[in-house]
Design a protein around this ligand. Structure first.
Ligand code: FE
Ligand code: FE
Ligand code: ZN
Length: 278
């Protein structure tokens, strides 16, 4: 059983997203809870969330992942932006309370010259303000490409955030194949080595979801440009090895490749074919 899905491009309500995922042959999905580049939250309809919950149970979906808006930066130099990050996450987690047992993924942020350690401290502080003990959503830190002053390009930085946050038992990690490759981890020729390193530094028990993306740039480029599966520097073979790796069994795998729902459906079909109906 491999949970395979994609980041859905259209958000016309939660139940409809579940149906769109099914239509593309997926059994999990990812979505934004609000405009990814804007801060304003949409009002959500609890009945709509309840219908999605039922559909996911009925159709045996894997856990789904809500993705925080890109503008969220909990380690900005600007206190107002840090506060906005906490506010957005708190609001999003209130929505996720209607869908218990799923994940909320965010980019740790960019420290903009403050240094990675100061950045990690600010991120951990925000998490401790927002992620309460009643929380039934695991909040995921995404592995990043290390572009600019991005925090999370090294596993050690995610470890530092986990060490600094008291709410760490409600935190996990989402591994993005494009980002780790761009960050210099050799998932093409040494996937075992990368996962061993992940286990040593962070712990594989923390790994809750995987973004499967090819990359437009060579390993170590620190760029973060996603490519369609098989059309980048990672390649379909290496992506399939990620999907079937025993250390990643049972995790939701989500495409964030540069295409629409129909294109994602096509990629899912191709990958399932490669997997031979697993
Ligand atoms: Fe992301
Ligand atoms: Fe990602
Ligand atoms: Zn990315």
């Amino acid at each position: 059983m491999i949970y395979l899905g994609a980041h859905l491009s259209s958000a016309k309500g939660f139940y409809k997203m579940g149906q769109a995922a099914l239509a593309m042959g997926a059994d999990t999905f990812q979505c934004f809870l609000r405009n990814p580049r804007g801060a304003r939250a949409k009002a959500v309809d609890p009945a709509d969330l309840a219908r999605l919950r039922e559909l996911m149970a009925e159709r045996r979906f894997g856990p789904f992942v809500a993705h925080a808006p890109y503008i969220m930066n909990p380690c900005s130099k600007d206190e107002g932006i840090r506060e906005l990050a906490g506010r957005m996450m708190a609001e999003d987690l209130a929505v996720m309370a209607h869908l218990p047992g799923n994940y909320y993924n965010f980019h740790p942020g960019s420290h903009v010259g403050q240094g990675a350690e100061a950045g990690c401290r600010q991120i951990a502080d925000m998490l401790d303000r927002v992620v309460g003990p009643e929380q039934q959503t695991v909040v995921l830190l995404e592995t990043m490409a290390g572009k600019g002053s991005e925090v999370g390009g090294r596993f050690e930085e995610l470890r530092m955030i986990l060490d600094l946050a008291s709410c760490r038992e409600r935190l996990g990690v989402c591994l993005d194949t494009c980002h780790v490759s761009d960050g210099g981890y050799d998932i093409v020729d040494d996937l075992d080595g990368v996962l061993t390193e992940f286990d040593r530094v962070i712990g594989l028990d923390r790994l809750k979801a995987v973004h499967i993306n090819d990359s437009m740039n060579p390993p170590g480029s620190r760029k973060d440009r996603h490519a369609l599966i098989g059309q980048g520097t990672i390649g379909e073979e290496a992506i399939v090895r990620v999907l079937v790796h025993p250390a990643l069994e049972g995790l939701p795998f989500l495409l964030e490749t540069p295409t629409d729902d129909a294109g994602h459906g096509e990629e899912i079909r191709r990958l399932r074919e490669r997997l031979g109906g697993v």
